[in-house]
Design a protein around this ligand. Sequence first.
Ligand code: AQP
Length: 325
Amino acid sequence: MRILSGIQPTDSIHIGGYLGAIKQWVELQSKGECIFFIADLHALTVPQDPKTFSQKTLETAVELLSSGLDPEKCVIFAQSQVKEHAELTWILNTITPIGELERMIQYKEKSKQFKDSVNVGLLDYPVLQAADILLYQIDSVPVGKDQAQHLELTKTIAEKFNQKYGKTLKVPEALVLGIGGKIMALNDPLKKMSKSSPETCLFLFDEPEIIKKKIMTAVTDTGKTIKYDLVKKPGISNLLTIYSLFSGEPIKELEKKFAAKGYADFKKHLAAMLIEKLEPFRRKKKELMQREVYIKEILERGRKRAEIIAQATMLEVRQKVGLLV
Ligand code: AQP
């Protein structure tokens, strides 16, 4: 089984991205051929500082390794270094109806959020995402719930291409978690925890004092009981989900454990548990941040492996479309 997923180097990794996607990537490394990439071309669809952008890509590689990706078990590379991503995007653009892109939720949200810099890339983002996946003839794509709509579009585009030019591209399946697939903002449990709103995030590498502060001030609900109820108690339900996924304790057990406690007590325990569980992540990141040459070597090795697969697909695509080869 071949598995692929990616992450943008837009900010540090938050616990939403970790629980919704990266934790699964780490588990899948020993179950199939895994390809993970840093989506730097995607990140360019919103403003980036050219002076620090390449450094952010390297830092994201460090963070992925600190979160448990093992370069001996998976391929890790930077998207922009495999030119076929951009090339296949162009060809897929020519079979993708604009209307399909205009109805994407992420496009609608981001074009509101970055209203002074809405660019073609922001609209075309899901086609680049389709190219990322279809280049590698992928079986399964483990992503958070927020990407489910884009994954559906990838399938539609692949089917359309195959219909028009003959069977070429493998139609992938999304692997979206039920619980943990959408971690909500700490300051507003009705919104997704999201890097483009850093105030909503608990970052995986936050220092203990920051973790404590963010958890203790996380928005909760009216009432006093620690109970999982997404409609009446979205704040507590989000914190219970985070507690359960990091500690391995089922939500039902946590409800019993904290039955006689109030919100403040529950939050104190949650903060202490997170500080302890995230300590190895922080330690590993500090160590790897000193090893830039090693990180670049890993990305170069990843690029070479990715390129072999991507070039094989592109050759077939070029032939099927009728371009000179
Ligand atoms: N809140 C979340 N809950 C569960 N999964 C999430 N993911 C992101 N946020 C959550 C999943 O993490 C993976 C990496 O996504 P990305 O780098 O594309 O992250 P992103 O979308 O840039 O991060 P954000 O925080 O969602 O930023 P925005 O939306 O502001 O750009 C993906 O599989 C994603 O589903």
